[in-house]
Write a protein that binds this ligand. Structure first.
Ligand code: NAD
Length: 502
């Protein structure tokens, strides 16, 4: 194993035993080189973890929430201290450029701070009663063990989003990172373990556990009635399997699935700003964000002007080693991602698409075992079937509209509903886009791109994206169970709805 990797992983708290000689091979998308062979969790160990999590819950739920907040404060500190190392591991393991690898760990720091504040604000309402001498109130109580299943493209942040809230809400966590990004998952998890060690024996054994392996181990968590909440981030294909299984046992779920995010650019847009936003959101993370920009819906009157600025910007994009200064586009995660992109472009052509730029493999000589690609722009005559699919790579479709209602109709006519945006300085257009008759997505932005959300807002989307929310706002409520309490402090026993009985 490369010594820089070994020493970085050791600084992250990962021992050589955990990552050498195991059955799960980890490769770097940067050059295809093998990075580690990680020991996989056995099904028997998963069973034991579920039992341990159940036992931990009985203790953790009794620790006052502000005290639980202290644990996430410590985790935030650990993440802050390890930010460079974890960010580097994210870059090496999933190919994010340095700034994005670091940004991902920063999201973990941010959510820990958010959750710390939340630990003193897990409050319900007091509600007036229709009966004299009565009061109604709501309380939020801890829910139970939470399974967190994550995707390869946010191997650190998404675990932090879920675990920081779950822990503050009084729930133990079992983390199943993507099998394509276990080192980043482990590094983030070790920071939590250090925080737990500093927190001391108020944290029960089994409070946070990690399962290493593929979908069958995740399915054990999905199927377990001991886990009342499953938070699963990944493809819609995965969500179609997980959703019904959790529903079948009356569990709760948070599904964060694929997106097909669009930008509407109107004649009232600042085109220079739009170009900068398109660039970041369509090619950042090599188009491998759930919120990546995939569809550009531009008014016919400004299409040529916009493309006239966008195409030179695409031509100047620096593609290469994600840790090299100045690189903006790193590699795709694997050959499968490259092949899927090629298939999508070929299909788009058969559906009338015209490739304006990109799509071809890059740096093949330098990195024969890695999959770099020139970000593609494909102009489409209409929103055909391939445009309605999520292709997880730097492929941007351009669609033209004439009438603003038509733009919104095109915008919403896809199965996914994660993130969306409009570039316009026309108040009517902007407010219509944000209104009930506008974007049908979970996130709708104005004059910024669809990606790069802050942790303070609720994150998630509608339709095939899953319909759930995590991270900020009141997403914490999903990690708790709500009780409605009616208290009678009178000497009578009046019934609701004016009922007299006997
Ligand atoms: P994936 O669906 O292949 O895998 C995601 C996780 O689910 C992995 O940990 C995997 O082991 C597990 N898994 C797969 N099949 C499963 C099953 N049947 N039961 C239980 N677990 C299963 O996704 P990926 O390729 O790692 O990630 C890319 C996808 O994730 C894209 O579609 C992207 O849009 C989506 N994503 C969504 C969000 C969001 O917040 N909406 C965030 C990041 C990624």
């Amino acid at each position: 194993m490369n010594s820089e990797l070994l020493s970085t992983l050791q600084r992250c708290g990962i021992s050589p035993d955990e990552i050498q000689g195991g059955t799960l091979a980890v490769r770097s998308p940067i050059d295809g080189a093998g990075l580690a062979r990680v020991r996989e969790t056995t099904p028997g160990e998963v069973d034991a973890m579920i039992a341990g999590s159940k036992a931990a819950f009985l203790q953790w739920r009794m620790v006052p929430a502000p005290v639980r907040g202290e644990l996430v404060r410590l985790w935030g500190e650990e993440l802050r201290q390890a930010k460079r190392d974890i960010g580097w591991v994210v870059s090496v393991e999933v190919g994010k450029i340095t700034a994005e690898g670091l940004g991902e760990v920063q999201e973990g720091v941010d959510i820990c701070e958010f959750a710390l504040g939340l630990s003193r604000q897990l409050h319900g309402r007091t509600i007036v009663s229709e009966r004299p001498g009565h009061r109604i109130m709501e309380q939020y109580h801890p829910l139970g063990p939470v399974a967190v299943i994550t995707a390869f493209n946010f191997p650190s942040a998404v675990f932090a989003w879920n675990a920081a809230l779950a822990l503050v809400c009084g729930d133990p966590v079992i983390f199943k990172p993507s099998e394509k990004a276990v080192l980043s998952g482990l590094a983030t998890f070790k920071a939590l373990e250090r925080a737990i060690a500093r927190f001391g024996d108020r944290a029960p054994p089994g409070l946070a556990q990690i399962v290493i392996g593929g979908a069958p181990l995740a399915e054990m968590l999905v199927d377990s009635p001991a886990i009342p909440l499953v938070s699963a981030t990944g493809s819609t294909r995965m969500g179609r399997s997980v959703g019904p299984k959790v529903a079948g046992r009356f569990g709760k779920r948070i599904l964060e699935l694929g997106g097909n995010n669009a930008m509407v650019v109107t004649p009232a847009a600042d085109l220079d700003m739009a170009v900068r936003a398109i660039l970041f959101s369509a090619v950042g993370t090599a188009g491998q964000r759930c919120t990546s920009l995939r569809r550009l819906i531009v008014h016919r009157a400004v299409k040529d002007a916009l493309l006239g600025k966008l195409l030179p910007a695409y031509a100047s994009l620096r593609i290469g080693h994600p840790l090299a200064t100045g690189t903006l586009v790193g590699p795709l995660i694997d050959q499968r991602a490259f092949d899927t992109l090629q298939d999508a472009i070929a299909t788009a052509k058969t559906q009338g698409g015209k490739v304006l730029t990109g799509g071809e493999r890059a740096l093949a000589e330098e990195y024969p075992a890695a999959w770099y690609v020139r970000p593609a722009i494909v102009e489409m005559p209409a929103q055909t079937s391939i445009v309605r699919e999520e292709t997880f790579g730097p492929l941007l479709y351009v669609l033209t509209y004439d009438d603003f209602d038509e733009a919104i109709a095109i915008h919403n006519d896809v199965p996914q509903g994660l993130s969306s945006c409009i570039f316009s300085n026309d108040l009517r257009e902007v407010e219509t886009f944000l209104s009930a008759a506008g974007s049908d997505c979970g996130m709708a932005n104005v004059n910024i791109g669809p990606s790069g959300a802050e942790i303070g807002g609720a994150f998630g989307g509608e339709k095939e994206t899953g319909g759930d929310r995590e991270s900020g706002s009141d997403a914490w409520k999903q990690y708790m169970r709500r009780t409605t309490n009616t208290i009678n402090f009178s000497k009578e026993l009046p019934l609701a709805q004016g009922i007299t009985f006997g």
